[in-house]
Design a protein around this ligand. Structure first.
Ligand SMILES: [Ca+2]
Ligand SMILES: [Ca+2]
Length: 403
């Protein structure tokens, strides 16, 4: 037996050594994109002066870390265009894409993982402007920059994709052919984050119901991040959820907004034009309860604030009043599932704005769906335990008092 066990132990050692080498090899040589700003994602590393013709960047590799094609301008903070001062979202510099111009850079990825890109963009002329993003060969999208959601003159956007290769080329392209060649979107603050899909817990059928997992947010940015419409469930930067309407919703953080729970929540904008939804697994004819928190973002949004919540064949209007002392209110809605998949969705009842006309709206968080039968079984089970715990406390108090 002894002679047989040595080779076995030896092969286990070799096996463990192999696993260890693979692990350390991955740790040593993997250079996948880290969460945060891409290389020169803030465009603060400038081209050499000899590679600038006025504001136009000359040469494919003149802009550090980026490849430039077509007319790309290097914009400085305070730079004027006619009567208008161009807006630079962060720092002192940004890039502007002229007609059919493109900037790109290679990024290392973990194949099979979902990533979210966060970037700031502003349109510079009155025309409809769009920005095409692609991560070749996996995915591409077109972001509409027509609606300005805040008063800063620019917005931050998020977009997600799944990595199908270890290395991809990320590019931003202005697909427009404007008559005025100085028009075209301005880009700044390009960041990436690997998205992890939160687990579905036994007591909540909703994935990421607290919105704590989502796109990268810059700690010093106070405008939130817009989640544009037409997201896919598989690659959504807000895992579990999609924006299924024609306008964006805003992902907000507790550093700059009031958030009911944790560090992140969703602010619904644009009335019924901006809604988020999730398909949850249900059992036909079973009864469930949808619970959610509703508050305001603390951004001086003009009331009234209200959301419409849909679950299966039921809906409910929930009103928020800041007159009440609670920073947020909790609502619930019971519904019966008509199939094995039930959609829950939320949109703002009103089209809310602030004094400066920028868009705002109600905030939702802590979305939960529970099986009512499971819930009542839980109470039946918990009641004797709570009774016993209470009795123990009484006995302890009695002993402490008399002994
Ligand atoms: Ca910048
Ligand atoms: Ca939250």
């Amino acid at each position: 037996m002894e002679s047989g066990s040595k080779p076995l132990a030896f092969s286990w050692t070799i096996c463990l050594l192999g696993v260890f080498m693979l692990w350390t090899g991955k740790k040593t040589f993997a250079r996948t994109a880290q969460d945060g700003l891409l290389s020169n994602g803030d465009f603060e590393a400038s081209p050499e002066l000899s590679f600038l013709n006025g504001t136009v960047i000359v040469g494919e590799t003149a802009l550090p870390s980026w490849k430039v094609q077509g007319t790309v301008e290097y914009i400085r903070s305070g730079q004027a265009q006619g009567p208008m001062v161009l807006v630079v979202p962060q720092g002192k510099h940004a890039a502007r894409l002229g007609n059919n111009a493109e900037i790109s850079q290679g990024i290392e990825l973990d194949r099979g993982s979902i990533y979210s890109l966060t970037f700031s963009a502003a349109r510079t002329c009155g025309q409809l402007e769009t920005l095409n993003i692609s991560v070749s060969p996996a995915a591409a999208a077109s972001i509409d920059l027509q609606t300005l959601y805040n008063s800063e003159g620019w917005d931050a956007y998020a977009w997600g994709f799944i990595a199908i290769t270890d290395r991809s080329e990320l590019s931003f392209l202005n697909p427009e052919l404007e008559q005025d060649s100085t028009c075209g979107p301005l880009i700044d603050n390009v960041a990436i984050k690997k998205i992890s899909l939160p687990d579905q817990s036994d007591d909540n059928l909703v994935i990421n119901g607290d919105f704590e997992e989502g796109p990268f947010m810059f700690p010093n940015s106070s405008v939130g991040v817009l989640l544009p419409p037409n997201l896919d469930y598989e690659t959504s930067p807000l895992p579990g959820w999609i924006v299924e309407s024609s306008k964006a919703v805003r992902y907000i953080d507790s550093n700059h907004f009031s958030v009911p729970e944790g560090k992140r929540a969703i602010q619904l904008l644009s009335g019924n034009q901006g809604s988020i939804s999730q398909i949850i697994k249900t059992a036909t004819s079973k009864t469930y309860r949808l619970i959610f928190s509703l508050g305001d973002a603390g951004d001086e949004c003009h009331p009234p604030l209200a959301v419409v919540a849909f679950a299966g064949d039921q809906s409910q209007v929930a009103n928020y009043s800041s007159v009440m002392s609670d920073p947020f209110h909790v609502f619930n809605l019971s519904f019966m599932a008509n199939s094995e998949n039930t959609k829950i969705s939320f949109h703002s009842l009103y089209y809310n704005t602030k004094d400066n006309s920028s868009l705002c709206g109600p905030v939702i968080d802590q979305i939960k769906v529970t099986d009512l039968a499971e819930l009542s079984r839980g109470y039946v089970f918990q009641f004797p335990l709570r009774l016993a715990y209470g009795a123990n406390l009484l006995v302890l108090a009695f002993l402490q008092f008399f002994l």
